[in-house]
Design a binder for this molecule. Sequence first.
Ligand SMILES: [Fe+2]
Length: 331
Amino acid sequence: MLSAIASVIRNVMVVIMTVVTFIAPFSHKKESKIERKNENCKAAFAAISDTHLKDNFIRLGMFEFGLQDLDQAKDKLDAFIVNGDITDHGYPEHWQAFTDTLLKYDVSDNNIMVLGNHDTWGGDRTYEYTKSNFIKYSKEATGRDIDDVYFTADICGYPVIVFGSQADHTGPTFYRDQLDWFAEEMAKAAEKGLPIFVFCHQPFNGTHGLPYNWELEKDADPDDGGIGESSDEILEICNRYKNVVFISGHVHAGLSTADDKTNYSSVEKVGNVTSVNLPSYEYFDFMRGGHLFNGTGYIFEVYDNEILLRARNFATGTWLEKYDYVIEITE
Ligand SMILES: [Fe+2]
């Protein structure tokens, strides 16, 4: 009975917050356009996650509000990343809706798509089916030529490494070929002596309030909501190098700092690695707490000595300074 009441409250809150976010862009002038905070910014990119797009005008409309904000940036962004669960179910019509909407706007010349678990649930849910759609729509939506669901990219010379699950489970499946590829690409990337940005839809096990934050159960398995069995290996590889920023989504939490009355922080250190868990752009879960509004994500501004993480609600065009974070770059 209690869980039924909690479920009703959860859904009512989601509806209220969605309506509030949806009408916000009409209710006031956008506070401030996107621009670099300081001079000598070497690269600036926006990252959002869990758009869960389908043929639904609220989901697509919320995405479009964000694209308008990004398109109208005073300083055009060097890249834009959607970090998985781009679609709600990986159906071709969902990928097409994403593609058509993205292509209406001039967000950046370097748009990057990351595969999430929901994106693997189309067709017969096989790796081959998912891979063929992901390759096809990555090309159509971003112009990027890739030959698998995992690949490397580049933002103004800063190396970017993108994971992609090779099976349709909620937790990702990274086979030996991908794990070995990752180790090789990290070694190559580190030779540049620059920060390395790693995108993976799922966070490391036990980070950002996991495993409790996944199903909100006290007796959760240690890898619930995380990468799962490859988590320790990937973390160990990341920790071999300096200035690695590991960016995930998946948890459907809001923005939160270590000082907030939640059990998680959106940004935390895991050994040498800075782990950033992006809030859910749509489809957030009220019960996880934090700043829960549709349209949120981060802009990353890279300078010689630091990386500024600037939280923003892209749907309303509002900075959320409380959740900003500074990553010091170590020599
Ligand atoms: Fe999701």
